[in-house]
Design a binder for this molecule. Structure first.
Ligand SMILES: [Zn+2]
Length: 217
């Protein structure tokens, strides 16, 4: 009986402590939220082959059914616990590589980010327009990333793959020129000159999601 009472007091103290943390500081809330998100990642991360098996024993229809079932579950939660609508301040360009998790990259789940994802982080004219639209909508930082061990970059360096995927590999080859084009767009150029917009380059370490910034920046 006494043991049970102590257990109840212990749980009560933990709850009070958690409430105090939440009442005290936005930074503490942010970090605690990140810790809990990471707990969720750890819980799910080891569930290999639980639902999506990477072989032919599962059909595309079964994958879709499972995806829809998981979406229903997630959407039910979102319905019960709606989230705040944010106005993004960052537009992030990243490769479509599934190893890059943009939430982990920024350590933030608050939806302050427009995300443009293309193989090899290429910026065709359409993507340049998307970024310009984001800046029109209030974005003040455009982060252009590439990443280590990029399959699209490797494809662009392989004549056989270049032949098979000419449009994509050509855009990878032309990436620097596309960035120059983007920087020269009047709205972008003027916003940078006025100090209301920064365009930052970085390379992502694919293993850790850490941003590696070129020396000159
Ligand atoms: Zn890539």
């Amino acid at each position: 009986m006494r043991g049970k009472k102590g257990w109840v007091i212990g749980v009560g103290l933990v709850i009070v402590a958690a409430l105090l943390v939440f009442a005290m500081s936005p930074k503490a809330k942010f970090i605690l939220g990140g810790v809990m998100v990471n707990l969720g990642y750890r819980f799910q991360d080891e569930l290999a082959n639980y639902d999506f098996i990477h072989d032919e024993s599962i059909t595309p229809d079964e994958i879709w059914e499972e995806l829809k079932r998981q979406n229903d579950l997630a959407a039910d939660v979102r319905e019960k616990f709606p989230r705040t609508v944010r106005h993004p301040v960052v537009a992030l360009v990243a490769c479509m590589d599934a190893r890059i998790d943009t939430n982990e990259l920024v350590g933030d789940t608050r939806r302050y980010y427009y995300i443009v994802r293309t193989a090899g982080s290429v910026l065709a004219e359409a993507e340049q327009e998307m970024l310009e639209l984001a800046v029109l909508n209030g974005v003040r930082l455009v982060l252009l990333t590439t990443h280590t061990d990029c399959a699209a970059e490797a494809a662009a360096a392989d004549p056989k793959m270049e032949e098979r995927f000419p449009a994509m590999t050509n855009l990878v080859d032309e990436r620097e020129r596309s960035i120059e084009e983007f920087l020269a767009r009047p709205l972008i150029r003027d916003a940078i000159a006025a100090g209301t917009l920064k365009v930052q380059r970085a390379r992502i370490d694919t293993d850790t999601d850490r941003l590696m910034v070129p020396d000159e920046q």
